[in-house]
Design a protein around this ligand. Structure first.
Ligand code: CTP
Length: 399
């Protein structure tokens, strides 16, 4: 943390006293810390305490006649590498999520363009309230990182989730934040995710249960590791990661056009979308009625294979495909690797319970163009995404 500029933003919770110790720990590791406080945080710890320890004036008032001329909050925000909100109350999280700025802390957050990490602390009922969880989900989609609170005895006497995360954990997360690999900087990565919808009539479509979680995890990890990311996604319930280019689509044909549009200017294609193999031969203009149609036959035609189309125009790109199989996992994956001229295939058995479609976890086998087989243990899709990104060779990294 040597010479890193951190804004420690303290909001009005009992755990505010722990921010005093956190300030000391951050400074001990060489960080330059500027403290900001919410309107009521001073009820718990005085600005003077933070001022004395940090050796800097504390930003805690927006309407301070003495300093208002120099736009203090903007200056503080411009220079910092990280804004660390500890503790974050439900109210502060709510303001941050909804763009309200009525005190020093919320003002600073709105003006700040860099990375933000938040460690909430509140009563268990507040923590579990859907409004608070919605605000957290919203901030996560804006790229804010959360250090989850712990289970334990709370200041109100209750036992449950909501206690400020241990300071060692927060320090670990801050260290990780600064040590994060930026090994994909300068690289352009195109990712596809989710299912496709192939319409049959105005209200029906053919699809599959893909959640998009794998592709979104690849996009998020690639962005965090410094890559420029384009995410082409079929319909999902997920929020796209912050800071990427997002291209939504519905059908396999639309996804194919978008891949064709971006592929040549990218260094890597990760094709994790579960693309529909068939589409209706004829799209009915009106809703198909069931009367007299009990034995209706649907005529389907094959969609274009997006990976095959990409391999035809491939120049230097590193291309990753997926193989979702219910039988003969390795043979089928190898066949796809060869046929689609892939550099890497990620194979998984979708018939295994608790992994694959919809799940946060998966158990996959990686096969490279040298046809070496690597069986990975069961792990989160984020971990799989990181391992997959590790496989990108330096030639694709433009080194
Ligand atoms: N894929 C694609 N275009 C399609 C279908 C699939 O680009 N029209 C891609 C998928 O995104 C995946 C890989 O091809 O990366 C393998 O997809 P999968 O559904 O396992 O195999 P298919 O090639 O469709 O073959 P089959 O369904 O017969 O197993």
């Amino acid at each position: 943390m040597e010479n890193k500029k951190i804004v420690l933003a303290v909001s009005a919770g009992i755990a505010a006293y722990k921010a005093v110790e956190l300030l000391r720990l951050l400074m001990k590791e060489g960080a330059e810390v500027q403290v900001a406080m919410s309107a009521n945080a001073g009820q718990f710890v005085t600005p003077l305490t933070f001022e004395a320890l940090s050796g800097k004036p504390v930003y805690h008032q927006i309407f301070d006649a003495k300093n208002s001329g120099d736009m203090e909050h903007i200056r503080v925000a411009e220079n910092a590498d990280l804004m660390l909100v500890v503790p974050a109350t439900a109210s502060t999280i709510g303001k941050m999520a909804n763009g309200l700025a009525d005190d020093a802390l919320s003002n600073l957050y709105l003006a700040f363009k860099g990375s933000v990490m938040v460690a909430p602390a509140m009563n268990d009922g507040m923590w579990q309230n859907p409004a608070v969880q919605d605000n957290i989900a919203k901030l996560t989609s804006h790229g804010v990182e959360f250090v989850e609170p712990e289970q334990g005895e709370l200041a109100c006497g209750a036992i449950g989730p909501g206690r400020l995360s241990d300071l060692d954990t927060i320090m670990g997360r801050v260290r990780n934040h600064f040590n994060q690999l930026q090994d994909l900087q300068g690289m352009r990565i195109l990712v596809t995710a989710g299912p496709t919808h192939e319409p049959l009539d105005p209200v029906r479509y053919l699809s599959n249960p893909s959640s998009g979680k794998m592709g979104y995890a690849v996009a998020e990890r690639a962005k965090a590791r410094g890559a420029e990311v384009v995410l082409i996604s079929g319909p999902t319930h997920l929020n796209p990661p912050a800071g990427i280019k997002f291209e939504p689509c519905k059908t396999a044909a639309e996804m194919n056009s978008l891949v064709q549009e971006h592929f040549l200017e990218c260094d890597v294609l990760v094709m994790s979308a579960a693309v529909g193999d068939f589409t209706a031969a004829k799209l009915e203009k009106e809703k198909i009625k069931k009367q007299g149609e009990e034995g209706r036959t649907l005529k389907l035609v094959a969609t274009k294979d997006i990976l095959m189309e990409a391999s035809k125009i491939k120049t230097r790109q590193f291309v990753v495909g997926f193989a979702a199989e219910t039988q003969n996992l390795i043979e089928s994956a190898l066949e796809k690797l060869r046929k689609k001229k892939l550099d890497l295939i990620v194979a998984n058995d979708i018939s295994a319970p608790g992994i694959g479609f919809q799940s946060d976890n998966n158990q996959v086998t990686l096969i490279g163009s040298d046809e070496k087989i690597e069986n990975l243990p069961r792990m989160t899709k984020k971990e799989i995404a990181n391992i997959l990104l590790d496989k990108i060779p330096s030639r694709a990294r433009g080194e």
